[in-house]
Design a protein around this ligand. Structure first.
Ligand code: T5A
Length: 228
């Protein structure tokens, strides 16, 4: 089913998040999906975490510089939460309310994987922060890009060139392997929301898989198809 054969749902926008380890291709795939949706005349907002609003971009600079790590895992989690709170209130929720589809590069699953599973921050703290920052807001679809960690880290290093790895890119291989497992578990635990996608192919092939997931999950009924 192509974009032109789709009768897009109206009303509140849909919230689609992209997750995965370092260099798995989230930004690349979000751009491809956004281009395709825009070609179908959808109203699209592409955003990211940490960041996505002026206040949250300041927090992004703080955590990716490694300052948050100095404060310890719990405090670093609070920094991500503060950034998310601003982003949700000032950008994501207003856009969804206006019928815009929001494509977000990382969201709450990143906190569960990086700070929860790998940073060993207690689930009780993460759940409490989630209640404060996002309340009932839940992605309609979460695309989790899955890739052998060596390939993801090579891609991230190639893109970075001679630049310095950020706070999380600089972690050891075991950290990234644990991250991949954490994301696989998130996908397995919430199959109604999450789709695990093999990202170990060329960008257009992966984009085809992402499109199929979106079509199947967010445009599922035969009534969504109109003849052309
Ligand atoms: N974080 C974030 C937390 O710890 N807790 C949280 O709650 C949140 C929200 C953010 C960091 O913050 C952490 C997680 C992160 O470590 P970031 O700079 O936003 O850091 O970086 P990431 O989100 O990790 O994204 P990356 O920049 O590492 O990579 P992407 O977006 O997954 O990958 P992308 O698309 O930029 O591609 C990387 C390179 O690979 C190429 C691209 O051209 C690019 O050069 N590429 C491919 N090459 C071959 N085949 C393909 N299919 C390819 N797809 C892309």
């Amino acid at each position: 089913m192509s974009e032109s054969a789709v009768k897009w749902p109206s009303g509140r926008g849909r919230f689609v998040t992209f997750e995965g380890g370092e260099g798995t291709g989230k930004s690349t795939q979000i751009k491809k999906l956004a281009d395709r949706l825009k070609a179908a005349r959808m109203r699209i907002l592409v955003t990211r975490e940490p960041g996505g609003s002026p206040g949250a971009e300041i927090m992004r600079h703080l955590v990716l510089s490694g300052m948050g790590k100095l404060l310890g895992p719990e405090a670093e989690t609070l920094l991500f939460a503060a950034a998310r709170d601003d982003h949700v209130r000032t950008v994501i929720q207003p856009a969804l309310n206006q019928g815009t589809w929001v494509l977000c590069d990382r969201f709450a699953d990143s906190t569960r994987a990086y700070q929860g599973s790998l940073g060993q921050v207690p689930a009780a703290l993460i759940n409490a922060m989630q209640r404060v920052t996002i309340g009932d807001l839940k992605p309609d679809l979460t695309i989790i890009l899955d890739l052998p960690v060596e390939i993801g880290l090579q891609r991230a290093a190639a893109r970075r060139g001679s630049g310095t790895p950020d706070r999380f890119e600089a972690e050891k291989l075991g950290f990234h392997q644990g991250l991949r497992e954490a994301y696989r578990k998130i996908a397995a635990d919430d199959p109604a929301r999450c789709v695990l996608i093999d990202a170990n192919s060329d960008p257009d092939t992966v984009a085809g898989r992402v499109w199929t997931a979106l079509r199947d999950r967010l445009l599922p009924t035969p009534a969504s198809v109109v003849s052309i």
